[in-house]
Design a protein around this ligand. Structure first.
Ligand SMILES: [Zn+2]
Ligand SMILES: [Zn+2]
Length: 239
């Protein structure tokens, strides 16, 4: 009986925007009002087509950054929903650190749309793994929640346990790029080899790119044909 009443109440309660709580007129996904959809997904300046590094001159066109020209990363491209600032940064903080899971599906749907627009058609989707000790601390892997939504939206299998983090990575903040790469050496491994699949790696935020580069290198060494990356937000240099 209680369940029935709960169901009836749900029918009459308006669906609200997951970010600002404005009542929505339809219950279609993403559960965001148009203003929040724009705020979360439209902040896309010119960027490096390889690593998605944003350029501060918003009027410019996409071009490879110095790092990608000098040291091409192992992944083919990075699809980012936007820059790690403003409303997108707030939404990620609420999702990741305040465990506001109502934001997982809207953010995942926006990212799935960005992946479709970029024409990425992977055989397999992999979340960037957390080390078990970090997973116990946080209780969930935000990359896995996003990967599941992407997989469902594109009917692509998600291999949640294929890529493993072998050791906890000390905080990367404050380290140079070389320091970050060294920090991540041999931090990841595959539980079984791949057989020529194209892989989409999923994570929430990309800062230096050292983590996804380390994952991509291990995947390519173990049979992946190509590795592409999908992230919610790309941090600008120096953030
Ligand atoms: Zn809203
Ligand atoms: Zn780049």
């Amino acid at each position: 009986m209680r369940g029935e009443i709960g169901g009836l109440v749900d029918c009459f309660l308006p669906v609200c925007c997951a970010f600002c709580d404005t009542p929505l007129t339809s219950s279609t996904q993403p559960a965001l009002c148009p203003a929040c959809q724009n705020a979360l997904a439209e902040n896309k300046p010119a960027a490096c087509p390889r690593c998605a590094l944003p350029y501060p001159d918003y009027g410019g066109s996409d071009h490879l950054c110095g790092d990608c020209l000098q040291h091409p990363p192992p992944y083919r491209t990075v699809c980012a929903l936007g820059i790690y600032e403003g409303p997108l940064r707030q939404a990620i903080h609420r999702f990741k650190y305040q465990q506001d899971f109502t934001l997982a599906a809207p953010l995942g749907h926006l990212l799935a749309a960005a992946v479709r627009r970029q024409g990425l058609l992977p055989d397999l989707i992999l979340p960037v793994p957390l080390h078990p000790s970090r997973l116990r601390q946080r209780t969930f892997n935000q990359a896995l929640l996003l990967a599941r939504i992407l997989g469902k939206q594109s009917s692509t299998p998600v291999a949640r346990k294929l890529l493993r983090r072998l050791r906890p990575t000390p905080p990367q903040q404050g380290l140079s790029l070389d320091g970050r790469r060294h920090n991540l050496n041999r931090a990841f491994a595959l539980s079984s080899p791949l057989d020529g699949e194209s892989v989409l790696l999923v994570d929430d935020v990309m800062t230096s790119g050292a983590t996804v580069a380390a994952c991509a290198a291990v995947l390519l060494e173990n049979g992946a044909q190509t590795v592409e990356v999908a992230i919610l937000a790309r941090a600008a240099k120096g953030t």
